[in-house]
Design a protein around this ligand. Structure first.
Ligand code: FES
Length: 281
């Protein structure tokens, strides 16, 4: 027997018998992985599910979203900003109401934009396709669906509008940055200062900018479809700036999600009188 025949025999004896032709061309077994591949999808479902439940409750509850001059503060929850309806309790908002006919929670009017931005995010898609649809749940684990139409049909074709939600996301970032600047106001208490609430709103705005600027669509907008960077020096500079941020997009996605919820919780606790917004200086 030649050397080649010997190695062929060894391969045959050590190979694991599987039946090809399972889900989407994979082996007809769920997986041969023995590690805890299911842990990441379970954690993702727990965190995203909790956020959706909390955000839904916070959007419908329609109270305790603003801390105003009666507490010497100017803090608004990111879920309720911009406050555009007649029912808004934020300072002066009722007088500037854009949608005077809107009588239910003002949060429901604006939530579609940050929600749409997150729902269509390329990173979150990967996460929730894996965790909620099991399509597939992890590398080398069989898909739980027999067919795959991609994002070419309704409703998933809607994912392609991500770049437009990105534009709206920038508008919200500007507004939330404005809110963070306003949070330095302490009306009737020296006029200006830094409180824990100021820092929470600043952190939230900063992380949302990080999330938006690290977006894949943003990177493409900066440097995509350019044949020669030397002919587009400005775009090259933008691309160089956002590329390292883009490498951290997953981290920005999770941390900014956590902090936006935390900001709402903090404002809610102060507004309801449960805690005091401590003034640092
Ligand atoms: S890819 Fe995640 S926000 Fe654009």
């Amino acid at each position: 027997m030649t050397t080649t025949e010997n190695s062929a025999t060894r391969v045959d004896n050590s190979s694991t018998p599987v039946i090809l032709g399972g889900a989407r061309g994979g082996p007809d077994v769920t997986t041969m992985r023995t590690d805890r591949w299911w842990l990441a999808p379970v954690i993702t479902v727990a965190i995203l599910g909790s956020f959706v439940i909390y955000a839904t409750w916070a959007a419908f509850v329609n109270k305790d979203y603003y801390v105003g001059a009666n507490m010497h503060r100017d803090l608004i929850s990111p879920f309720y900003s911009p406050c555009l309806t007649q029912s808004c309790v934020a300072t002066g908002a009722a007088n500037k109401a854009v949608f005077s006919w809107w009588t239910i929670s003002p949060a429901l009017l604006i939530l579609i934009f940050p929600l749409g931005f997150r729902m269509t995010c390329y990173y979150y898609r990967r996460s929730y396709y894996r965790s909620f649809w099991w399509a597939p749940p992890a590398c080398s684990v069989a898909d739980s669906h027999k067919s795959y139409s991609g994002e070419s049909r309704f409703p998933l074709i809607m994912q392609n509008v991500h770049r437009y939600f990105w534009y709206f996301g920038l508008v919200f970032n500007v507004l939330l940055t404005y809110d963070a600047v306003m949070a330095f106001r302490t009306p009737g208490d020296g006029g200006i200062g830094v409180t824990i609430g100021t820092m929470v709103l600043c952190l939230n705005a900063t992380l949302l900018w990080g999330y938006s600027l690290s977006c894949h669509a943003c990177r493409h907008l900066c440097g995509g479809q350019v044949r020669s960077f030397s002919k587009h020096p400005i775009r090259y500079k933008f691309w160089k700036f956002v590329t390292p941020l883009n490498a951290k997009h997953m981290q920005f996605a999770w941390v900014s999600l956590f902090v936006v919820a935390l900001t709402d919780v903090y404002v809610r606790l102060v507004a309801s009188g449960t805690i005091t917004d401590f003034k640092l200086f």
